[in-house]
Design a protein around this ligand. Structure first.
Ligand code: DX5
Ligand code: ZN
Length: 223
């Protein structure tokens, strides 16, 4: 497998020092900047919108990995394209017409991602695998940073990797939730390529050091 990509999640950053913290990780080894958009309905928490994506776009050239934890994501696709999102990931559980939503994301010039909650089967995305650029496996129930990794996710990651290999396409396998120095290596061993980490990076006194340590540990899982 290729190298591990790290996507620091600004959900756990200090909002009053956001520019400084994003620049620090972006200039010292981060691969994506992960933006958790929550609407207080799909998940019981409320965070940022497209204006945050536009603001980040002004301070970094890294790909912006936007994770929409919202109902009716199809209604805001254009706004996120205009804001400068690189990857736009929607939840399978929030999309009645997932295929159409994926096409709309790509028509707007973004890369399309689909995410699954821990309780959602991989079979629900079987029929759209050929259409996506990124598959995001949630290893916690979405809504908050700092939760513990759900162990059953390892198996799901391994199966997701097989499904991706079956397509023969270059689809990124991303894992989000509870990624830290204890879980990162095995997550990669099972096939994850992009690791989202919030509290493990921004919860540290030295986010850059924590990120690079995490990347080093995660890289041991490459096989
Ligand atoms: C959770 C979000 C995550 C969150 C992860 O709903 O999707 O991206 O930032 O936080 P940690 O890494 O602390 O589990
Ligand atoms: Zn996320």
């Amino acid at each position: 497998m290729k190298k591990v990509l790290i996507a620091p999640s600004i959900l756990s950053a200090d909002l009053l020092k956001l520019e400084e913290q994003v620049k620090a990780v972006a200039e010292n080894g981060a691969d994506f900047i992960h933006v958790d958009v929550m609407d207080g309905h799909f998940v019981p928490n409320l965070t940022f919108g497209p204006n945050m994506v536009a603001a980040l776009k002004r301070i970094t050239s890294l790909p912006l990995d936007v994770h929409l934890m919202i109902e009716h994501p199809e209604m805001v696709i254009e706004q996120y394209a205009k804001a400068g999102a690189t990857y736009l990931t929607v939840h399978q559980e929030a999309c009645t017409h997932l295929h159409r939503t994926i096409q709309a994301i790509k028509e707007q010039g973004m890369k399309a991602g689909v995410s699954l909650n821990p309780a959602t089967s991989l079979s629900t995305v079987e029929n759209v695998m050929e259409d996506i650029d990124l598959l995001l496996i949630m290893s916690v129930n979405p809504g908050f940073g700092g939760q513990s990794f759900i162990e059953q996710s390892f198996q799901k990651i391994a199966r997701a990797r097989e499904m991706i290999l079956e397509t023969g396409k270059d689809i990124l396998l991303e894992v989000d939730g509870g990624i830290n120095n204890e879980t990162a290596e095995e997550v990669v061993e099972q096939g994850a390529q992009v690791l989202v980490a919030g509290s493990a990076i921004f919860g540290s006194n030295n986010p850059v050091q924590a990120m690079n340590e995490l990347k080093e540990i995660a890289s041991k899982g490459i096989n």
